[in-house]
Design a protein around this ligand. Sequence first.
Ligand SMILES: *Cc1c(COP(=O)(O)O)cnc(C)c1O
Length: 358
Amino acid sequence: MYTSNPLTTLTISLEAIASNYRLIQQKGAGREVSAVVKANAYGLGMAEVAPALYKAGCRRFFVVSLDEALELRKILSDVFIGVFYGVNKAEEEYFVKYNLTPAISTHEQFKRWQEYAVKIGKKLPAILHFDTGMNRLGLNYKDAALYKDCDNLEIELVMSHLACADIENNEKNAEQLARFREIKDYFPNKKMSFANSSGVFISEDYHFDILRPGAALYGINPVLWQKNPMQNVVTLISEVLQIRKIDTAQTVGYGASCKLAAGSVIATIPAGYADGYLSYLGNKGYCFINGRKCNIAGRVSMDLITIDITEFAEEIAVGSKVELIGDNVTVDDVAKQAGTIGYEILTSLGSRYKRIYL
Ligand SMILES: *Cc1c(COP(=O)(O)O)cnc(C)c1O
């Protein structure tokens, strides 16, 4: 692969992803575990991640759009592929040709898919996606009765999505659960899918037939208020490109937002916001150099960051390895420093550096 930033290496452990898949299988105690691989497998590379999950035993995958589904179909020919955006205008023939299953989220999609089934004289597979409280996408849970008999569709599963599964003891979870159970009454013989990563860890009540994790497979902590039960998947290592000692008080970087005292030492690292090292980390983030925690000094540039290494200047040289993401500073740590969530850190990871898959 083309790399314009050979000094920075993103390592993705497919072994850790497989091990995270198995941990969720254990939590699910025999229930089927599907995998959400939308957004290029959360930025980690669908072409590598999907086969690794397949090897771990996964046969049911979810993506967002037709485009992502077609990409996945090229990689895995014999798996179930569910598409969260559903079947939209002029997409019907591709869903049929490539054996994709739309998550029907609107009445328009329901009608479109039924009409197409009639047109080609074939029963078509569908997921019914009900909104139980997210108020984002999905059929209204109060309308479940309207969809229980659909002659021309084969309902493969009925799903809903949790809004607050990643918040400890949030009362919204139980409210959505009660609504999902009401829906289940209309579909007594259908497979039900409710839990995303965090939902898996709330309690068995949320498991139903098919678990639907994404983030946890990729190492994001599904229970942020506890120790992360998942294995770390992503390591982003760069190296020191330049070291500068300043003999008078000086500012560092754009906007002169950081002032360092005389005698300070600054290390410059070849990674920036164009590599997914978010600008919000300016003056807030930290990394590890030689096992030492060092703070980002100044703003993050497009291709560079500057680190205050004054305390450890004796130990650090040009070429010293810099852990930007890894076991010492996890995806969730970086997200916290940036004021965002681990999901955004992963999906922002750039394409300029060298990628290694273990
Ligand atoms: C993204 C997504 C998931 C996976 O959620 P995680 O929190 O990453 O586990 C499951 N279901 C739907 C509908 C989604 O959009």
